[in-house]
Design a binder for this molecule. Structure first.
Ligand SMILES: Cc1cc2nc3c(=O)[nH]c(=O)nc-3n(C[C@H](O)[C@H](O)[C@H](O)COP(=O)(O)OP(=O)(O)OC[C@H]3O[C@@H](n4cnc5c(N)ncnc54)[C@H](O)[C@@H]3O)c2cc1C
Length: 370
């Protein structure tokens, strides 16, 4: 019997597995995909995540982007330097598998191409059912992403989440003179389009991040946006994927089991950043299970509390900002152009240098007063 079975090896599951294995616990990682696996994602990662690991992420970074450009219908450009905190641009197959390999080095067992189809809880253990047989674990972490089944199988019922939609298009391109990061706010109703550079191409995409849905062709928007960079979609591959945005604090623990990452709906509802919060929740889930194994009382219950206090408290502000910004996007964008500091502030939030709660009240006041 394993101390912990982790279902899903994205940033959340791989992080939890690494930290549990490092503390000497026996860990089984299950993923239905053959690893390394592709995940539709812009691949922009805050460098702050390095602080949560004792190994160097350099081999997993495609390139570092030191400048961000925002536009409204290709105009009204805002330029922000990332200073000493460039954004990491990663290929998710490389990045996620890199963390998985670190977990394996610490002794975690990996079984990919193994889909969890059902669960049972008996006496002192979780029985995890897959087409390849059953696995037994004292603890369980559901980290199976936005399309996962673990929350349902664990009996969490209706979760508080806002399901956003995004389309990502990979454009192969060898030469990268300007590894800059681009956001376009004018063409997508209730969302934005992006162009994130990689060493071997671009990840372009468009997403809607509110409950309002307007008929709009993401493909057409991205095609037009790409033409601004003299890029075509002829050799591009495209992938649609839901995003489970944070929509309120909720219980993330049950009998000897926790939810982490997007299956716990941790994604920032304003920026749609999901990698950093998924890693954060994976880290906190590993600490909770370690504490529970060490007989600390209410350790799993405390995980739900910690996620509410340390992440949810911030997300309340992110959600308020999103509600105002995506409802009146041009007004919101005007605030950014008139107050260039607000764009710098957003990059500082992404870097972990500032928190939403420190700045959001001021930002909301600016948005309300226009
Ligand atoms: C188009 C798009 C662009 C994005 N861009 C960014 C970005 O630039 N920056 C950012 O921070 N975030 C971005 N995100 C969000 C980010 O990709 C996710 O929040 C993040 O991947 C969540 O990590 P996770 O570990 O929770 O789950 P995932 O990365 O989704 O991993 C879940 C894993 O679980 C496995 N799995 C699922 N079901 C089962 C099962 N039944 N049994 C076994 N295994 C299973 C899957 O195969 C998968 O490997 C983007 C999302 C989308 C859709």
């Amino acid at each position: 019997m394993y101390d912990c079975i982790v279902v899903g090896t994205g940033p959340a599951g791989a992080t939890a597995s690494y930290h549990l294995a490092k503390k000497g616990h026996s860990v089984l990682m299950l993923d239905k995909a053959k690893l390394p696996r592709y995940k539709p994602c812009g691949g922009g990662v805050s460098a702050v995540i390095q602080e949560w690991f004792d190994f160097d992420f350099t081999p997993a970074i495609s390139l570092k982007s030191d400048r961000v450009y925002c536009t409204w219908e290709h105009q009204e450009s805002i330029e922000v330097s990332m200073g000493n905190h460039p954004i990491w641009m990663v290929r998710r197959d490389v990045f996620d598998y890199f963390i998985v390999q670190q977990a394996v080095k610490q002794g975690a067992i990996l079984k990919d191409e193994t889909e969890v189809i059902d669960l049972d809880y008996k006496l002192d253990r979780w029985i995890v059912k897959t087409p390849d047989g059953e696995f037994h674990g004292r603890y369980l972490i559901g980290a199976d992403g936005a399309k996962g089944v673990m929350a349902k199988l664990l009996g969490f019922g209706k979760q508080k989440k806002l399901v956003a939609g995004a389309l990502e298009i990979e454009i192969p391109y060898q030469k990268q003179d300007n590894p800059h990061t681009y956001f376009e706010f004018g063409f997508v109703k209730h969302g934005y389009a992006w162009n994130f550079p990689k060493a071997d191409g671009f990840s372009m995409g468009a997403g809607v991040f509110t409950s309002q849905r307007k008929a709009q062709s993401f493909h057409k928007i991205i095609e037009d946006y790409a033409s601004q960079f003299n890029l075509t979609l002829t050799q591009a591959t495209q992938h649609g994927h839901p995003i489970a945005l944070w929509n309120g604090n909720q219980k993330l623990h049950t009998d000897n089991a926790l939810l982490a990452g997007e299956s716990a709906c941790v994604v920032d509802p304003f920026t749609a950043e999901g990698i950093r919060p998924s890693i954060f929740s994976g880290l906190k889930a590993s600490e909770a299970i370690h504490n529970s194994i060490s007989r600390s009382s209410h350790a799993l219950e405390k995980y739900s509390q910690i996620m509410a206090e340390e992440w949810g408290r911030e997300m309340i502000w992110a959600q308020r900002l999103a509600q105002v910004f995506y409802r009146f996007p041009h007004l919101g964008y005007n605030v950014m152009t008139k107050n260039p500091k607000s764009a710098i502030t957003m990059t500082k939030i992404f870097n972990g240098e500032l928190s939403y709660s420190q700045v959001a009240q001021k930002a909301l006041k600016l948005l309300m007063n226009i």
